[in-house]
Design a protein around this ligand. Structure first.
Ligand code: BGC
Length: 441
């Protein structure tokens, strides 16, 4: 137990080091020097709330693709008037660019058909594409690197807006104009800041993880253009932060991932990986005959990817004395005999892995806020989206506890607020702002 606790511990000294290293990587990223934080200018600032019109928002960022029709009333209330959600099959995640983008166009076409909208209807489109993109304009950007299990061929290095526009044309959706390309964190921040003027950081803690924040233009020394407000939202791509203490499980998982050497923080924090880290620990405990001794179905933890983060969530929410939900889960796996001690161990492993994730996320948030406001003189709302924060038992509370330990009474200046599915609506708002600067059609 002590060994495992050590392997997954994040000490107060580690947290302070994360803050320092974040600041130095942020500085380098903003200057355009080599850094694990790409610090990508998003070309947008926070909106005013007066935007109006109907927009299509597309959201591709993981296992699902969403299409939304969003209405902005000019009074700060974005409303979703129609929506469609589809699973992105493995064949698209691992196939060709045309296959993936034709799939996206077909889903828009489906939503139009369901809602009696003509294929040639005119709409401005916001494309939330939640992968590291080298943004070259408000509606253009090249994919730097796939994350979250995507390996689709022919996209890396290409302008994803161009790929989407070509697919829309192939489908006959000729009235659609892609007005904005946004990261999900940027959409999340923009949507929350519509109603909360203190919101200046957007975080996603889901399948992947990342954050963006509002930066002074004068600090983005690599940025050559102007901006009317003197500020811009910067997409940090913090999932790639690499100055972290990794243990043997992190190292093995990275080696066997489709993107070795990348996304170290993401691989320690996000929903795509927590289950897999826990599985590796449990497998080792079983192999050394420490867990489920003499039980059948031992190989159930042997298969890569066979223990999902949702399972950890379920296990940790079992508050019964005998851990009956955990017992049932093990039975379903074919492990019919488990002792209470086995089940407590299983729960403990999930706790260690998820507590480290919550601690590292909170440290990263503290790093960003103390970068913007070292004395914490102002209020900061952190808009957070993603299932880990929303659903994982105790995750948000652990994050808050880390902020209090680190910042003491100043932690009360920070408010973390769930922004459920804010990124789609936020992207529509960005499209509205961008479209207002484009030729009328
Ligand atoms: C991507 C980010 C994204 C995050 C959350 C990461 O894998 O690189 O662009 O914001 O996941 O979806």
């Amino acid at each position: 137990m002590r060994d495992l606790e050590n392997l997954f511990s994040v000490t107060p000294e580690d947290i302070r080091r994360i803050l320092r290293d974040f600041h130095s990587e942020m500085q380098k990223g903003l200057a355009g020097s080599d850094s694990s934080l790409k610090m990508i200018p998003s070309f947008v600032d926070r909106p005013t709330g007066t935007e109006t019109g109907r927009f299509i928002a597309l959201d591709l960022g993981g296992t699902h693709f969403r299409v939304l029709i969003v209405e902005l009333d000019g009074k700060g209330h974005p409303a979703v008037v129609a929506s469609g959600l589809s699973v992105v099959e493995k064949a698209y995640m691992e196939g060709t660019a045309d296959g993936l983008f034709d799939f996206l166009a077909a889903r828009i076409d489906d939503l139009f058909a369901e809602n009696g909208i003509d294929r040639s209807a005119h709409f401005d489109v916001a494309f939330t594409f939640s992968f590291p993109v080298d943004q070259t304009g408000v509606a253009s950007g090249r994919l730097i690197q796939w994350t979250k299990g995507f390996t689709t061929r022919g996209v890396m290095g290409k302008d994803v807006v161009k790929l989407l526009t070509e697919a829309l044309a192939r489908k006959g959706l000729t009235g659609l104009r892609v007005a904005a390309l946004a990261n999900d964190t940027v959409g999340t921040l923009v949507e929350k800041s519509y109603t909360d003027k203190d919101c200046d950081i957007g975080v996603v803690l889901g399948t992947g993880t990342n954050a963006c924040y509002v930066e002074k233009l004068s600090n983005i020394s690599k940025w050559k253009g102007g901006s009317s407000t003197g500020r811009m939202i910067v997409n940090m791509e913090w999932g790639n932060f690499n100055r972290l203490k990794r243990n043997r499980y992190d190292i093995d998982l990275d080696h066997e991932s489709p993107n070795p050497g990348h996304q170290y923080l993401e691989k320690m924090v996000s929903g795509m990986y927590l289950g897999e880290i826990s599985r590796r620990v449990i497998r080792d405990l079983m192999e050394s005959d420490f867990l489920f001794r003499g039980a059948d179905g031992k190989n159930r933890f042997a298969g890569k990817g066979s223990f999902e983060t949702e399972r950890m969530s379920l296990i940790q929410s079992d508050g019964s004395k005998d851990l009956t939900t955990v017992e049932q889960f093990l039975r379903d796996l074919g492990i019919h005999r488990s002792t209470l001690c086995d089940r407590q161990w299983l729960k403990k492993v999930c706790d260690l892995v998820s507590t480290r994730a919550a601690t590292v996320s909170a440290a990263a948030i503290a790093a960003v806020i103390t970068w913007m406001d070292p004395d914490l003189a102002s209020q900061h709302t952190v808009a957070v989206d993603g299932a880990l924060f929303e659903k994982y038992p105790g995750f948000g509370d652990k994050m808050k506890a880390v902020l209090v330990d680190l910042l003491h009474e100043n932690a009360s200046q920070i408010k973390m607020e769930l922004s459920k599915d804010g990124s789609g609506k936020g992207a529509a708002i960005i499209a509205a702002v961008a479209a207002s600067a484009m030729p009328k059609r």
